[in-house]
Structure formats: C-alpha cells, structure tokens
Ligand binder design. Structure first.
Ligand SMILES: [Zn+2]
Length: 164
C-alpha cells in the first residue's frame, strides 16, 4: 500500500496525521501468549473452517486489547473477498458511531477470483491492519484513523512481534 498524500489532507487530518506519526511503537510484554494464539489461528486457517478461524481471530484480538488494557472489538470473518475489476477488499473496520455501540472488524478468508484461502501472513496482516484502526480510535483516542507512515509502522511492528 502506498503512503498517503499528506498534502491532500484537511487541516484536521494533518493534525491527526502528525500525532499518528509521533506515537511510540507498541511493545508487548507477554508475547508468548499472543504467539501461541497466532499459531492456533494459523492452524485453523489451514483447516479452512470459517467458524474456527473467526473464533481464533477473536481470541487474538481480545488478548491484544486485554494486554494493552482497552476495549476489544468484534471480529467477523467472511468467506470470499468482495471485488471490482481492479481490486479486492481484504478487510474493513467500522468504528463506534451513532448506529454502532461496538466497533467491528471484517476480514475475508478467501480470494475473490480463485476462492482460495488467503496466505496466512496476508490474513494476519489484514487482521492487524484493521486492529490498528481500532487502536487509533479507542487506544490512542485520535479523531480519525488515517493510513499514515506511523500507522503502517505500527502494523509492521505488531505483525513482526507476533510471528517472531
Ligand atoms: Zn485501513
């Protein structure tokens, strides 16, 4: 994914972006617990069982939020990625708003065209990407969640720790 074009941001977004870029990296102290859950998730994905993939994804997200001491979010795993002629959707984050009391993450486990189960690292990266949106809103309390340099660094740092 390309870095954002900061010059297209509104003044409010620029303020959020500069805060987003200056946040300290996430460092987990109880990494073994998380890596165990990641290993379970990898196994469930290889078995291609949607229900168990969803459950394992939820366990991982819950454990991360619990270690960082903030409210978790519901994870929904769906089968085939939605797509148009140019791209397919890997994941989606819906923040809390007037219609939604709890944030939600959606992740798709099969590619749009061949309907194959996505590679584990790609799946994990998508889950963590959507979790980083949740972090922005609920942990860092930013007014918006933008694809900033800091955002992608957080995503990469978390994934790197999780896969060891
Ligand atoms: Zn995103």
């Amino acid at each position: 994914m390309a870095y954002p074009h900061y010059n297209r941001f509104t003044q409010m977004q620029r303020k959020v972006a500069s805060k987003s870029d200056s946040l300290p990296p996430i460092r987990f102290t109880k990494l073994t617990e998380l890596q165990q859950l990641v290993a379970e998730l990898q196994e469930q994905l290889s078995l291609e069982n949607l229900e168990f993939v969803e459950r394992s994804s939820q366990h991982l997200i819950d454990a991360i939020c619990s270690q960082l001491k903030f409210a978790s979010t519901r994870v929904h795993v769906l089968e085939r990625r939605p797509h148009d002629d140019y791209s397919e959707l890997h994941g989606l984050y819906e923040p809390v708003d007037e219609t939604r009391a709890r944030a939600r993450i959606y992740v798709w486990m099969r590619t749009a065209k061949r309907q194959q189960v996505v590679a584990f690292k790609a799946y994990l990266r998508t889950v963590i990407h959507e979790l980083c949106h949740h972090l922005d809103y609920e942990y860092y309390r930013l007014d918006d969640s933008l694809h900033t340099k800091g955002f992608f660094q957080r995503e990469a740092t978390i994934v790197k720790q999780l896969i060891g």
